[in-house]
Design a protein around this ligand. Structure first.
Ligand SMILES: Cc1cc2nc3c(=O)[nH]c(=O)nc-3n(C[C@H](O)[C@H](O)[C@H](O)COP(=O)(O)OP(=O)(O)OC[C@H]3O[C@@H](n4cnc5c(N)ncnc54)[C@H](O)[C@@H]3O)c2cc1C
Ligand code: SF4
Ligand code: SF4
Length: 370
C-alpha cells in the first residue's frame, strides 16, 4: 500500500469531499477530531506516514490486499463479495429484544458473541438526537440499549481505535461498509507494526446505500420537529417515499426527495453496498416486514450464526435464489455506479497522485462490462 501522512489525508480526502466521517483517523493522536459528523484536523503533524492515512477507507484502498488477508483470494467480480450462506433472519426469543431497527439480528448476534466470550468488547453506536457516537460495551446486557439505526454518518471506526487503545484483543464492531473497510485496513497491519495481531473478534457490517450528513440533516429537521426529543426514525418500504421521524412532539413525514439533499458527496464514490469485508453482513429484507437478510462471509461468522441459532438467539432460513438475485442486482448497480464515477474522475488505479481504490485492472474491466 502507498503510505503518506496527515497532510495528504487533509488535502486528498477531507478537502476533496471524499471524507465520510468514518472516524478511522480519530482517537489515534491529538490532532484529528470528529465534530457533528465532520472530521477536522486541529493542528499540523509533521510525520510523513501515519495511521490516519493508512486506515482511511477513502484513499489507496487495496482491494486485493484486503481480500487476500480476509479470504485468502484476490478481489473478484462477485456483486456481493465473498460469502458462505445467505439467510433471512430475526432475533430469537432467547435474546429478549424489545427494540430494534429491522428484526434485531445484529443486536442478538452482538449480545450472544459478547456473552459467550467470542468477543471481549463491542463497538456500537449511541444516538444523541440525530448524531451517532461510538461506544465500547463490555456487558452483553447493555447491547439492546444501542439497537435501532441512526441514518447519520457516524465516526464508528474511532470506537475501534479506542477499544484497541484500551487493550481489547477480540473487538466486535457493527458498522456501515465504509466503516468496515476502515477496520479491514487496520486488520491488514498497513504500518507493518512488529508483533501485530489482528484485534478484531467479529465484524458485523450493515447494508448501506447512503447515510446523511449530520449538519445538513439537522437543518432539514430544525423547523419540522423537536430534535432533542427524537426517539426514532424509519424509512418505510416504497411507495411511501418518506422518512418518518418520531419525537416527543409527534410523528412527521419528511419526503425522501428532501432528505436526499443531505447525502454527502462522498457516498457517490462508495462501491460497497453489503460490507464485503465483514464476517457477517445484515440488511433489511425489502417487502418482508420484520425480517433481516443475513450474509455470512467467514468461518468465524458462520460459526457464530450457527451457535446463535442453536441457543435460540436467532431464527433463520436459507434465502431463496430469486431474493439472492435481486440483492445481487442492487449491489452490482451500486458498485458499477461508483466505479464509473471513480474512473471518470481518475480516482481508481491512478498512475499519478492519490487513488481512492486500487484493484486488478482486468477485474475492473470485467465489472465495467457486466
Ligand atoms: C446509515 C445506514 C444506512 C443503511 N442503509 C441500508 C440500506 O440501504 N439497505 C438495507 O437493507 N439496510 C440498510 N441499513 C441497515 C438497516 O437499517 C439495519 O441497521 C439492519 O437491517 C440491521 O437491523 P437490525 O434490526 O438487525 O439492527 P439492530 O439490532 O436494531 O441493531 C442496529 C445496529 O446498528 C448500529 N448503528 C446504528 N446507527 C448506526 C450508524 N449511523 N452507523 C453505524 N452503525 C449504526 C447500532 O449500534 C446497532 O448495533 C442502513 C444502516 C445505516 C446505519
Ligand atoms: S479516515 Fe474516515 S474520517 Fe478520516 S479522513 Fe478518511 S474517511 Fe474521513
Ligand atoms: S454509502 Fe458508503 S460511504 Fe456512504 S455511508 Fe454508506 S457505506 Fe459509507
Amino acid at each position: 500500500m502507498q503510505l503518506a501522512g496527515s497532510k495528504e489525508l487533509v488535502s486528498g480526502v477531507i478537502k476533496n469531499d471524499l471524507c465520510i466521517g468514518c472516524g478511522a483517523c480519530v482517537s489515534l493522536c491529538p490532532y484529528f477530531k470528529s465534530h457533528n459528523g465532520k472530521t477536522v484536523m486541529l493542528f499540523q503533524c509533521s510525520r510523513d506516514k501515519g495511521r490516519c492515512f493508512a486506515y482511511c477507507p477513502r484513499v489507496e484502498v487495496d482491494l486485493d490486499g484486503i481480500s487476500q488477508y480476509i479470504y485468502g483470494r484476490p478481489y473478484g467480480t462477485e456483486a456481493m463479495g465473498n460469502y458462505i450462506t445467505i439467510r433471512s433472519s430475526r432475533a430469537g426469543a432467547a435474546a429478549g429484544l424489545k427494540t430494534f431497527q429491522t428484526a434485531g439480528t445484529v443486536s442478538s448476534l452482538m449480545m450472544f458473541a459478547l456473552g459467550k466470550g467470542v468477543i471481549d468488547s463491542a463497538v456500537v453506536t449511541a444516538r444523541d438526537g440525530v448524531k451517532g457516537k461510538p461506544v465500547v460495551v463490555t456487558d452483553a446486557s447493555k447491547i439492546p440499549g444501542y439497537a435501532a439505526t441512526g441514518y447519520s454518518a457516524a465516526p464508528v471506526a474511532s470506537g475501534f481505535n479506542e477499544a484497541m487503545n484500551a487493550g481489547y484483543k477480540k473487538i466486535g464492531i457493527v458498522g456501515t461498509p465504509c466503516q468496515v473497510n476502515a477496520v479491514a485496513q487496520i486488520r491488514t497491519n498497513p504500518m507493518e507494526t512488529e508483533n501485530f495481531t489482528d484485534p478484531s473478534g467479529m465484524v458485523i457490517g450493515l447494508f448501506c446505500t447512503w447515510a446523511l450528513d449530520t449538519g445538513a440533516f439537522l437543518k432539514i429537521l430544525r423547523d419540522k420537529t423537536d430534535i432533542a426529543s427524537i426517539k426514532r426514525y424509519d424509512i418505510p418500504p416504497p411507495p411511501a417515499g418518506v422518512m418518518k421521524v418520531q419525537s416527543g412532539s409527534g410523528t412527521v413525514d419528511i419526503p425522501l426527495t428532501e432528505i436526499r439533499g443531505a447525502i454527502p458527496g462522498s457516498c457517490s464514490y462508495c462501491h460497497d453496498m453489503t460490507a464485503e469485508f465483514a464476517d457477517i453482513s445484515v440488511g433489511v429484507f425489502e417487502g418482508r416486514e420484520k425480517l433481516n437478510i443475513l450474509i455470512t462471509r467467514t468461518r468465524r461468522g458462520e460459526e457464530l450464526v450457527q451457535a446463535a441459532i442453536s441457543a435460540g438467539f436467532l431464527e433463520a432460513e436459507t434465502l431463496g435464489d430469486k431474493d439472492i438475485s435481486e440483492l445481487a442486482a442492487a449491489s452490482m448497480n451500486k458498485k458499477k455506479r461508483a466505479l464509473a464515477r471513480l474512473a471518470l474522475e481518475n480516482k481508481i488505479n491512478s498512475a499519478e497522485g492519490i487513488s481512492v481504490l486500487r484493484m486488478n485492472g482486468e477485474i475492473l474491466k470485467q465489472l465495467e462490462t457486466m
